[in-house]
Design a protein around this ligand. Structure first.
Ligand code: ADP
Ligand code: MG
Length: 679
């Protein structure tokens, strides 16, 4: 691998990236430790006179350097060594030179020993290093010393200007950038080591602030760029919308009404809306999407509604048809079960502008669906899309705009409430609306933790509920290893439950079913023909069957927090008191116990999301895994909350007062990474 490729692996693409490649920790080579005082298990620097060198073969080939330190023997052992090293030590022995070795000192057969220490051959009295030795994150084939050399060169040569104006440094009590990077790469003696280790040192605070500021700035810049484009203005006083609002299927909650006004206000503007609609499961986001689609239809524009699963797409299609078909609005559903011919017909109808609203999964939209006059794109459960997918969705909007001068409005909906710090950080380029209220008459779902030894009681409970015309879900665990495994569990559970509950009509739905079969299974459940639905996590998002009031989650200990909360949100949608039974297999791991306790105690999705963030970290919550790119290198959204708020405020200020500096700051921190910041 070339030197550049190795550096690139560390995210270093420019000279300045080297300056920003900060140490993980430090080693103290500023003082010598007498051999006798070397503590066990802690690396120290010792100095010894080189006496004799040998290559030993037992127990394996090794270079042994015999040295003497304060009159006591010290052996340095190297298992992988070069001929040049052998020569170097031989010369040192002849000339009576000394070696400074850094590592752990251990008692050996013939006195003290060190195994492959870091070392340097020195003359007596050579001055010690004045700074702590930085240890950098590195990759195989790139040694610490080589990397350190490059970093220090960059540090000496690069133009290290402060991107922030004096006033801002004063306002937020920030250290200077140049001083901070120099201190972090070469901390002088007397530097507060604990503050360095905990990254609370002013130099670290400055780095984190800058990183967070760059993120805020790039998001705000992206927001402005999109905002600066033209979109079709969708007025909210058209006949379709007025008729629909005049006879809504239910009365909107005050929160829904507020959010509707925010959305309609944005749509009426001649710039693309970029709004994230957050609302806990069951808060009623779908109707807001339908209303937005009607505003598009009134303006003679089309709307696309994207769902992460076919099941949810199908449900949206049914709901939209039920609500909007009476108004004469044509709704199409693009799904995997369509024949080639049907699909082509649907695509042609969309391309010809005959379809007002098209519902489908993201995948289906990707494969060459050209809208005649797209005015609005709704992305439901947007958190379910990976970072890459979200990125390509945004790009698609932009690319489309290249052909047509008008960019469609975007409404993103999410049922996984994102904690404030996280949304402040990652959704800084979106306007956010929150539905913070559930429709009236909902009773909170009672959650029970039940050990699977009491499975019999759970079955009795299901029998009872179904005898009273209620319906129930039985959710099977996720088996990570294979899709087949998941399928097998679902099938096994279905067979067992069918046998155990002969008086009930049991259904089955899982990800491996063909789209049409999935839809049929859901239809049967929604219509009440099936009383107990055995399901995998395909029902996790969006599924809405109000009569279902009981949910059993088997092996609940295997599910994530967000997932348990989402699943539980499938019940408690009707007027009846609902119950969610978390069936678990003992013994529980520490993490599983923690998760189940949180779900048991807390029903507020925002609080659960906050706990989830604490347990898993932002990368996993946001799906960093899928992108492989670290979202933040230095700052920690939970621990550095105060810095997040400050950076957000500072970003606004800098953009207003000095956009040039703002751009320079972003370029310094995010060269080559902007794409990810825009997600
Ligand atoms: P989510 O926000 O999870 O997508 P939905 O839009 O699926 O929630 O709504 C959940 C259920 O609540 C649906 O059955 C929907 O028809 C119903 N609903 C939504 N808003 C209201 C309301 N204001 N009053 C009564 N029921 C409502
Ligand atoms: Mg929904």
């Amino acid at each position: 691998m070339s030197a550049e490729a190795k550096l690139a692996k560390l995210g270093i693409r420019s000279r300045f990236d080297l300056v920003l490649h900060l140490p993980l920790r430090y080693e103290d080579e500023t003082a010598l430790t007498p051999l006798r005082e070397a503590p066990a298990g802690k690396p120290v620097l010792v100095e010894a006179a080189v006496k004799r060198v040998e290559v030993a073969y037992r127990p394996r080939r090794q270079l042994v350097v015999h040295a003497e330190c304060d009159g006591e023997p010290l052996a340095l052992r190297f298992f992988n060594f070069y001929g040049s090293q052998l020569k170097q030590f031989e010369r040192a022995a002849e000339q009576g030179q000394r070696v400074r070795a850094f590592g752990e000192v251990r008692p050996g057969w013939f006195g003290a020993e060190m195994a492959h220490p870091r070392y340097r051959v020195v003359r007596e009295g050579e001055p010690l290093s004045e700074a702590l030795t930085p240890i950098y994150p590195t990759t195989s084939g790139l040694g610490q010393q080589a990397l350190r050399k490059q970093v220090l060169e960059a540090l000496a040569e690069a133009e290290i200007e402060d991107t922030l104006p004096e006033a801002m440094l004063a306002r937020y009590g920030l250290a200077r950038f140049g001083d901070s990077v120099r201190l972090l790469h070469l901390p002088p003696p007397g530097t507060d080591l604990a503050a360095l280790a905990h990254r609370t040192h002013p130099a670290w605070q400055r780095m984190k602030f800058d990183e967070l500021l760059a993120q805020q700035l790039s998001l705000r810049l992206a927001y402005r760029a999109r905002r600066g484009r033209a979109a079709p203005a969708l007025a909210s006083n058209g006949p379709l919308l007025r008729r629909f609002l005049g006879k809504l299927p239910f009365r909107l909650t005050p929160a829904q009404a507020r959010v509707m006004a925010e959305v309609l206000h944005d749509l009426a503007e001649p710039h693309p809306m970029q709004r994230l609609l957050q609302g806990d499961v069951g808060s009623g986001k779908t109707i807001i999407a339908a209303i937005a689609c009607l505003a598009a239809a009134d303006a003679g524009r089309q709307a696309a509604v994207m769902a992460p699963t076919e099941l949810l797409g199908e449900q949206h299609f049914r709901k939209f048809s039920e609500w909007l078909a009476p108004l004469g609005v044509s709704v199409a559903w693009l799904h995997g079960g369509l024949s080639v011919k049907q699909k082509r017909a649907a695509q042609e109808a969309i391309a010809a502008g005959e379809v007002a609203i098209a519902v489908g999964t993201h995948a289906l939209f990707q494969r060459g669906v050209a809208f005649a006059r797209l005015g609005l794109a709704v992305v439901d459960e947007q958190h379910r899309f990976g970072v890459q997918q979200r990125l390509s969705l945004r790009r698609k909007g932009e690319a489309r705009a290249g052909a047509a001068p008008l960019v469609p409005h975007q409404l993103m909906m999410s049922a996984t409430p994102i904690p404030r710090t996280l949304s402040m950080s990652y959704y800084a380029d979106l306007d956010v609306s929150v539905i913070d209220q559930l429709p009236p008459g909902r009773r909170p779902v009672a959650t029970r933790l039940v050990a699977d030894a009491r499975r019999g009681e759970v079955l009795a409970r299901i029998r009872e509920a179904c005898a009273e015309c209620q319906q129930a879900y039985w959710v099977c665990p996720v088996i990570e290893e294979s899709k087949e495994g998941e399928l097998k569990t679902a099938l096994d559970t279905y067979e067992t439950l069918t046998r155990e509950l002969p008086q009930l009509r049991v259904g089955l739905v899982h990800g491996r079913l063909a789209a049409a079969d999935k839809a049929a299974a859901m239809e049967a459940f929604a219509a009440g023909r099936v009383q107990l639905l055995v399901a995998t996590t395909v029902i996790e998002v969006g599924v809405d069957v109000p009569n279902a009031s009981l949910m059993v989650i088997e092996h609940a200990e295997r599910f994530g927090l967000a997932q348990l909360h989402q699943l539980r949100g499938r019940v408690g949608r009707g007027a009846r008191e609902s119950v969610c039974i978390l069936l678990y297999a003992a013994p529980l791991s520490e993490g599983a116990r923690e998760r189940l306790k949180i779900v048991f105690e807390i029903s507020d999705g925002f609080e659960i999301a906050r706990r989830d963030l604490l347990l898993r970290g932002p990368g996993e919550v946001l799906g960093e895994r899928q992108s492989g790119v670290p979202l933040l290198r230095f700052a920690d959204l939970e621990r550095d909350q105060a810095l997040v708020s400050a950076a957000r405020e500072a970003a606004e200020g800098l953009l207003a007062s000095d956009p040039e500096r703002a751009r320079a700051h972003v370029a310094r921190w995010l060269s080559g990474r902007q794409d990810y910041a825009k997600v």
